[in-house]
Design a binder for this molecule. Sequence first.
Ligand code: NAD
Length: 248
Amino acid sequence: MRLAGKVALITGGARGQGAAEARLFAREGAGVVIADVREEEGRQVEAEIAEAGGRAIFVTLDVSSDEDWQRAISATLQQFGRLDILVNNAAILRIEDIEETTEELWQRVMDVNTLGVLLGTQYAAVEMRKVGGGSIVNISSISAMTASPLAAAYHASKGAIRSFSKVAAVQYAGENIRVNSIHPGGIDTLMLTETYDEANRVEALKNIPMGRMGTSEEMAYCVLFFASDDSTYVTGAEFVIDGGILAH
Ligand code: NAD
């Protein structure tokens, strides 16, 4: 019950890592808001949590829409009365190289992956201030720290999240609102299987010292640490969870 009495909003909570975080946070006692553009999957996660005795609601949220954020925050307050934790997890991955990256593609990736984080932080900070503090966990990527010949916009967006997190950490430190970034790599989710073919994935495995991909559940335990009161003196930090990819 490491999140007893707390309320968490998780963007991109309908599947993959976000859904694993929603389930774990509910088991740890939090009221959970699953916020995503995928209504069907989101409602399924909501129902699973309720069946397991947890508290969760699904809200439709496109993180790049200011109006959607206002609705999501209202729904959170109406259901649970407060907001303590925000996990900015929603993102899209596009693998075009620099010259293939159109202005439209660049803008969409930036809107979802970075504007979404700005809007979420703005709205969450207002609510966290009212309850004396909170924790914002921004899901970046090892792509913020390393390069590949592809995914120009994605890498740039994840780099932006990494530095934005430190700015937010410094701005809100005096109000007890902590902001940290997490940098996963090689987590076995649909984001990767929908983007890369089997040959690519087999090749990628060779670069993981642990010899396997990580699971969404392993990721969720890491996010839990930053979200909970186990990390009350941790802000502006970045944490890599990648089976050793960056270490070699
Ligand atoms: P995923 O594609 O399964 O999950 C992403 C979720 O975000 C989906 O539910 C999707 O519907 C939602 N989403 C997309 N656009 C949205 C929008 N505009 N508004 C609201 N929700 C939206 O992938 P995942 O692997 O679970 O990704 C979670 C996070 O982890 C992402 O930030 C991703 O960039 C990051 N990440 C993943 C890996 C990996 O190996 N899987 C590596 C590094 C970083």
